[in-house]
Design a protein around this ligand. Structure first.
Ligand SMILES: *[C@@H]1O[C@H](CO)[C@@H](O)[C@H](O)[C@H]1NC(C)=O
Ligand SMILES: *[C@@H]1O[C@H](CO)[C@@H](O)[C@H](O)[C@H]1NC(C)=O
Length: 375
């Protein structure tokens, strides 16, 4: 009985999430699909303008218009998750102004670990969003997953239902992301970055696949659970964010090298003390080991995020904790500049009561709290 109740709650929660999500998506699509120019130019399509797409992406966008709402939703999912994951770190997922284009908030052209994360999570978000949209019946291009029955599924279990369509999510995401990269770049540095971005996109996609689960639900006579139907389902997006955060912490530095007339990313050699090995010309030494698709890669060390620069806001004004052993400790976040304590009044809903039926009424309470802000 217990199992039954649990599995029943999950789809309901998902429904609510998806419903609210499409409401938001619907809104953003509207604001996006009626640029002012429409009234002036008339027949020329502006649907794909203003999203900062590459020419190849614009072509793809025109051919796959109905997917754009899901892509946009996936991009938003990624930004929110990135900000959640890095809320206590010196780099809090803020991106330089010029990189905060309208669709994705990724760091472009830097080659850092943080840029790597923004690419991986964006791809993961888009796969996730398309896979769910397919199942919700919002896209004519796809429906339920057609994945084959896993070999190790118990023979008495049925396979089917309507699994999240990760295959199609991956297919469309790859098309879109590949079209976003410069495939004709002559400059080595650009080629290197293209390879890095594509690699990290792939890392994000891989994590979505890995973190999906086969979920089995009971049915049959009430409570008896003598039949089970199983399907593949995506976890909460948070699970994917956690996994990618871990990959960020273990990201490896790579450099581009030619092998069999193909450019690949090889891992850079490290000394025992953690420094990178360099040859006499000061160039990074390679291990001649190719970075695996499970590993997030970067090309350059990160800048110091402590101080305000042209690109980053620095950590001044960040809320920190006086507890020394937490991620957002003032020692860590304020970079030795110290902090200021301030009193803040927060309003919260409180003393909530349930009124039959079906309303929850609350009062508003004021709390005074002390917060610490980095100088
Ligand atoms: C998704 O499908 C629902 C139900 O058919 C519809 O009301 C909603 O507008 C759709 N949303 C998008 C973004 O297409
Ligand atoms: C990140 O930190 C900066 C600097 O304190 C702040 O202005 C910004 O709002 C923060 N961003 C998020 C998403 O928390």
């Amino acid at each position: 009985m217990r199992v039954r109740r649990r599995v029943r709650q999950v789809p309901l929660m998902l429904c609510v999430m998806i419903l609210t999500s499409f409401f938001q998506v619907g809104q953003s699509v509207w604001s996006l699909s009626i640029p002012h120019q429409v009234y002036i130019v008339g027949t020329v399509s502006h649907f794909c303008n203003g999203m900062d797409l590459t020419p190849r992406q614009s072509t793809w966008c025109e051919e796959n218009r109905e997917l754009m709402a899901s892509i946009r939703y996936g991009a938003n999912l990624a930004v929110k998750q990135c900000q959640y994951q890095f809320q206590y770190r010196q780099w809090n997922c803020s991106v330089p102004e010029r990189d905060s284009n309208t669709l994705f908030r990724r760091i472009t052209g830097k080659g850092t670990k943080e840029a790597a994360f923004t690419y991986a999570i964006s791809s993961a978000g888009v796969v996730y969003s398309i896979a769910r949209s397919c199942v919700e019946g919002n896209l004519s291009a796809c429906g339920c997953s057609r994945e084959r029955r896993p070999k190790d599924l118990k023979s008495e279990f049925q396979w089917g239902g309507c699994g999240d369509n990760i295959e199609e999510g991956v297919r469309f995401t790859k098309q879109f992301m590949i079209a976003g990269e410069d495939n004709k770049a002559k400059e080595t540095r650009k080629q290197e970055r293209t390879l890095m971005n594509l690699h990290n996109n792939e890392v994000g996609i891989q994590v979505v696949k890995e973190k999906s689960n086969i979920i089995c639900k009971c049915h049959g006579m009430s409570g008896s659970c003598n039949m089970k139907t199983c399907q593949r389902e995506l976890p909460e997006f948070r699970v994917i964010g956690d996994a990618l955060h871990m990959k960020y912490d273990n990201a490896v530095r790579v450099k581009m090298q030619m092998k069999d007339a193909l450019n690949i990313l090889n891992i850079v050699k490290k000394k025992r003390n953690g420094e990178y090995r360099r040859d006499n010309g000061g160039k990074l030494r390679s291990t001649h080991k190719k970075a695996s698709i499970n590993t997030m890669v970067y090309l350059k060390d990160s800048p110091d995020y402590c101080f305000k620069t042209h690109d980053f806001p620095g950590t001044q004004g960040r809320i920190c904790s006086t507890d020394a052993f937490v991620a957002n400790s003032c020692t860590e976040l304020c970079c030795g500049r110290g902090y200021r304590s301030i009193q803040v009044v927060t309003r919260q809903r409180c003393k909530c009561k349930f009124h039959w039926c079906c309303e929850i009424r609350c009062k508003e309470c004021e709390n005074e709290e002390t917060k610490n802000m980095c100088r």
